[in-house]
Design a protein around this ligand. Structure first.
Ligand code: PMP
Length: 384
């Protein structure tokens, strides 16, 4: 019999059966009343997820990288300069996108495992005018969560647009666009929403939309939000065929989020992260990410002495759990475990039990069940 495998890479994440069911419904016309209603509902829900009342949401076939490109091309004119706050891999990608379109770009790069400090932003922005400041919320290579709310407080005194890459955070870690003054959240379906990959997702504030409306032709066609705006306002119109089934699945994903409740969902992500880390600590693992910046959505973990990366991940997979290897300078020295989306308590407990079996198979000595007990204590504690 084929074994089920729990996908605990930092995205895509396990897909809830209700979302899979929505995905498998018969494909309907992209302008049918069914899809019109579902897309409208998904767009409304999306705004609520990022606490944005008066903005414009967009859901377009693509992935996170398309959302990054769309955010940039639709808010920054050639000749204007941007500032990227990079916590690692994906901030560098944002810089590459800017350079691909000849947009001037400054970058503050934090050491891997940490995040750019608010003071560094304050110092930089006092010296130069930036049309937009962009920050990755959680860097998926390093496991670092940036202090995006603190950045917002500094940016409140400047007219730069504030853009957050929420691909590894939105729907799992708080992002309050209106309260914090965020102008764009760009994200994707396959992480905290727990929906299969395939969607570029953006929400623009009124200020960001005003900027787009003031811009002349931009170097984009499919990625031009002004071509998509009429469709988002009235999904019975046509620009380019939307991915019908994926949109229905995404809508189901947003309903699951509200059934859980936003605040409880944030707390659950926090609780699950703490439980997994407690287990890992008891089993002798240490973390790549600086304690001050640990993200609730994934953990990047050094191996204890004597554990080989490839053997560990292959054995863990044969015990039912898939985790990802390290990127860049820490490849081979760390593994990355995603714990975001719609993970249940029993899935977390299964992952920890399978981790202990894996360590036993590899001949590593540890206090049996200590990881499981440590995780359970946190998962079962109502106040944690
Ligand atoms: N930003 C972040 C923070 C990400 O984690 C990712 C994907 N891992 C991306 C952008 C790019 O998204 P995609 O792979 O869907 O293009």
């Amino acid at each position: 019999m084929q074994k089920e495998q729990l996908l605990l890479i930092p995205g895509p994440t396990p897909v809830h059966p209700r979302i899979l069911n929505a995905l498998s419904l018969p494909t309907v016309s992209h302008v049918s009343p069914i899809l019109v209603d579902e897309l409208k509902e998904a767009l409304d829900n999306l705004k609520k997820i990022v606490f944005c009342q008066d903005g414009e949401p967009f859901i377009v076939a693509g992935a996170g990288t398309l959302a990054m490109e769309m955010a940039l091309l639709n808010t920054v004119n050639k000749g204007e300069k941007i500032l990227v706050l990079s916590q690692g891999f994906f901030g560098q990608r944002m810089k590459e996108i800017a350079e691909s379109f000849d947009l001037a770009c400054d970058i503050i790069q934090s050491p891997w495992g940490k995040a750019v400090l608010p003071e560094e932003l304050a110092e930089k922005i006092a010296t130069e005018h930036y049309a937009a400041v962009l920050s990755t919320h959680v860097d998926t290579a390093t496991g670092a969560c940036a202090p995006v709310k603190d950045y917002a407080e500094i940016l409140a005194d400047f007219d730069s647009l504030y853009i957050i890459d929420g691909v590894c955070a939105t729907g799992g870690i708080e992002e309050r666009m209106d309260d914090w003054g965020v102008d764009v959240v760009l994200t994707a379906a396959q992480k905290c929403f727990g929906v299969p990959p395939g969607l570029a997702v953006l929400i623009l504030s009124r200020k960001a939309m005003d900027k787009r409306q003031s811009m002349e032709a931009i170097p984009a066609y499919y990625a031009d939000l002004m071509r998509w705006l009429p469709i988002m306002k009235d999904p019975s119109k046509y620009f380019s065929t939307p991915c019908v089934n994926e949109i229905r699945a995404f809508n189901e994903g947003t309903k699951i989020i509200f059934e859980e409740g936003m605040e409880e969902r944030f707390r659950r992500h926090e609780r699950v992260a703490k439980a997994i880390r407690a287990a890992l600590r008891h089993l002798g693992f240490s973390f790549f990410t600086d304690e001050a910046f640990l993200a609730d959505t994934l953990t990047v973990c050094y191996y204890p002495e004597g554990i080989d990366d490839q053997a560990f991940r292959t054995t863990y997979a044969s015990n039912g759990v898939i985790v990802a290897g390290g990127l860049g300078e820490v490849a081979g020295k760390v593994f990355r475990m995603g714990h975001m989306g719609n993970l249940s308590v029993s899935q977390v407990q299964f992952a920890v039990a399978a981790l202990e079996s894996t360590l036993s198979t590899l001949g590593y000595s540890f206090d049996p069940h200590s990881g499981i007990h440590a995780a359970r204590k946190i998962l079962e504690s109502p106040s944690s």
